[in-house]
Design a protein around this ligand. Sequence first.
Ligand SMILES: O=C(O)CCC(=O)C(=O)O
Ligand SMILES: [Fe+2]
Length: 335
Amino acid sequence: MTVPISTPSLPVISLSEHKTLESLAIALYSACTGEGFLYVSDHGIPQATIDEAFGVAQDYFLHARPEDKVDLKENTGYTAVRQESLDSTRPSSGDLKECFHFADTHWLRNHGQKQDLPDSLEPSRKKIETFIEQINGVAERLLQGLAVALELPPDFLSCQHKGQHNRLRLLHYPPAEINHKDLDPGNPDIRAGAHTDYGSITVLFQHHISGLQVSRAGAWIDVLPREGCLVINVGDALEFWSGGLFKSTLHRVVMPRHQAETASRYSIAYFVQPDSTSVLEPLVTEAIGGIAHLQQQRGGVGRNHCSKGITCWDEEDQWGDYVQARLQATYPKKG
Ligand SMILES: O=C(O)CCC(=O)C(=O)O
Ligand SMILES: [Fe+2]
C-alpha cells in the first residue's frame, strides 16, 4: 500500500521550529530511537540550490561520454549500472543505478586539495561546492542536536566529522518497465538493494519519483518525496556510538510499480561520515538507558553489525577500517 503524500510515513522535524539545541535534541532523540529515519523541513537550503544540483545530475547522466565516467580512488567518481550491490547478504546481478561521488570540497580545500572532475562536470564545480557547503551547515546542526540527545558535549560528534569521508552521491536510476525482465530470474533486479548506510547520518534529496522504502516491523514502508523536506537517516557509526539506541535502519529502492516510477529516478545522498581515526566505541551513559541493558536486549552491538554483511569487528575498531570492509562487500564487481 502506498501512503498518500499528505500523510508523512515518518516524523517531520522543522529545523526553524527548534530554536535551541535542547529542543532539537528531544525531537531527534524520539525520531532516532524510533525509526532512525525522518523528514526535516525548514532546513534553510534554498530550493534553487537543490534544483541546480539536480540539474547538474540530469545533465551529467544524460550526456556523459565514456571518458566522463571515471571511477576514481577513495570512493569518488563514477559507479556504473550494476557495479554496486548494496545488499551484500544475497546474490545479486547488481543494483540498477549509476552514481557519481564528490568528496567534501570544504575538507579538500582545508587540505590544499581539489577533486579531479571529468570535463563534463568541471563547469559545475562551483554549484556543487555551494551545495555541499549548505548541506554541511545542516549536518553540523543535526550532529550537535544528536550529541546533546546522547548527553554528550554539543560539538562531540562534529569534532569527529571534519569531512574527510563525507561524500555527495548523485544517483540516477535508469528508466525501467513495470514488467521488467530480470537479468537472473533467481535474483530479482532492484534499483538499490536493502542496506543500511555506513556513516553517522545521511542527508537525502529525492526528486519527484518514489521507490524508496524503509523497513518497519517486517514490512516495507514508502518514503515518498515530500515537498520542501529532506530525508535524514541514521547510519551504522551513529548506531554503534549510541550503543544501539539510535537505529540504522534497512532501506532500499524498488523497481517501478506503476507508470510514474518507470521514468528515470534521480536522488542525491550526502553521507556524513566520521574521520578515519574515529574510534567506534559506544558512548551512551547509563543515564540514557544503559548500554549493558541494550546489548543484552539486542544480543550485543557487535553481533548486530555482523548481520549487515560484514565480519565481526571490535568495539575498538576505527571508522576507516569499517567503511573499507563495507565498501569491499558491496563493490564485488570493482577491479
Ligand atoms: O535513492 C534513494 O532514494 C536512496 C539511496 C540510498 O539509500 C543510498 O545511496 O544509500
Ligand atoms: Fe542508503
